[in-house]
Design a protein around this ligand. Structure first.
Ligand code: NDP
Ligand code: TDO
Ligand code: MG
Length: 297
């Protein structure tokens, strides 16, 4: 199967490219040939690749920066995503689009299910929500995967930030009052390939729509950091502690949901896809990062 994925160096794109799945060809398309800020050539660029499915992964993901760069965030996350979905529709092929837990306001006390009301509290979250609507409107063959707290050996993410800060500090202060589900980009990539394979041979409407896809279990950012640093200590002997702080003590431009834990039962029910425990995948990524020479990390 030929899968075209948007974004070149992104975490999910890189994980898809690193997958060693037989019969899967991943073609990454991004800047300069495909710039979501100037999507006029999107249709032509994608058609040339002759994909069987399109994964829409490229996005404006700088959550704080988006607060003062709203036009670009919406141009990429709403209009760009819509253009990608439309390009797939032109070819009569499905689009798998990545969205985020930040479409929720965080006030729910339990895990969020797909049918829960949305209410983003940041520009990034609003732009991604508008992207969901644009994708759904442009291509009826759509699967929108809301994922969360993505980390990997690639690109930028919280795991890499914690390991970097731990090089020069003996204690890190991290918020403990935001709950969520850390998700490995490798696990997302595997799930995407399974979903794509099923979608390409089964046009049942039940398989379309919004699905939650996140690592199993749940945690908060401070606990996540503590787990990352426990592996650092185990592997290198370096001990760095984590101090729990409140969101109010870590001011950021963007507001984040206090709870964005995702219930992923729908994906399991309809696709038979479930994700590993977040600790298992975090351990694999941290171990790999610690083994890699510094320049490559
Ligand atoms: N990271 C996270 O924690 C989460 C991410 N998501 C969603 O998952 C998806 C994948 O995220 P992730 O892999 O972490 O993303 P990254 O932040 O790692 O990468 C973003 C990608 O978007 C591309 N991109 C940005 N602007 C443009 C543009 N104007 N034109 C073309 N490409 C552009 C980048 O291109 P280039 O390679 O050229 O830099 C890069 O490949 C996104 O849709 C994101 O919203 C959802 C929940 C959590
Ligand atoms: C670096 C750092 C962060 N924090 C806090 C800030 C924030 O509340 C939380 C996580 O910080 P980050 O900036 O890594 O996370 P953030 O950019 O909010 O991550 C989000 O990215 C987008 C793309 C998504 O879609 C979301 O699912 C989510 O993964 O940790 C600390 O408390 N201490 C620290 O030293
Ligand atoms: Mg960030």
């Amino acid at each position: 199967m030929r899968i075209a994925v948007t974004g070149k160096s992104g975490q999910v794109t890189s994980a898809l490219q690193a997958l060693k799945a037989p019969d899967i060809q991943v073609i990454a398309i991004g800047r300069p040939e495909l710039d979501l800020l100037a999507p006029s050539m999107v249709g032509e660029t994608i058609a040339k690749l002759k994909p069987e499915i399109v994964v829409s992964s490229a996005a404006y993901t700088a959550v704080d920066k988006a607060e003062s760069d709203e036009a670009a965030a919406f141009a990429i996350n709403r209009d760009g995503a819509g253009a990608i979905a439309a390009a797939a529709a032109e070819l009569s092929i499905p689009v798998i689009h990545l969205s985020t837990d930040y479409v929720f306001d965080g006030d729910k006390l339990e895990r969020y299910v797909e049918s829960d009301p949305v209410g983003p509290v940041s520009v990034y979250g609003r732009s991604k929500l508008e992207g969901e609507y644009a994708v759904a409107a442009a291509n009826e063959k759509h699967v929108i995967l809301r994922t969360a707290w993505v980390y990997s050996t690639f690109g930028h993410n919280f795991v890499k930030t914690m390991l970097r800060l731990a090089e020069t500090r003996d204690e890190l202060s991290v918020v403990s009052d935001q709950l969520g589900c850390p998700t490995s980009a490798n696990d997302i990539a595997e799930a995407i390939v399974n979903i794509a394979a099923r979608l390409s041979k089964d046009s049942s409407p039940d398989l379309r729509g919004v699905f939650h896809l996140a690592g199993s279990g749940e945690t908060n950012w401070a606990e996540f950091a503590r787990y990352i640093l426990s592996i650092l200590e185990e592997k290198t002997g370096r001990r760095v502690t984590v101090r729990d702080i409140a969101t109010a003590d870590y001011p950021t431009a963007a507001k984040r949901p206090a709870n964005s834990r995702l219930c992923c039962d729908k994906l399991k029910r309809l696709y038979g896809v479930s994700m590993p425990e977040w600790q298992v995948s975090t351990r694999a990524v941290v171990t790999k990062l610690l083994e890699e020479p510094k320049e490559a990390v």
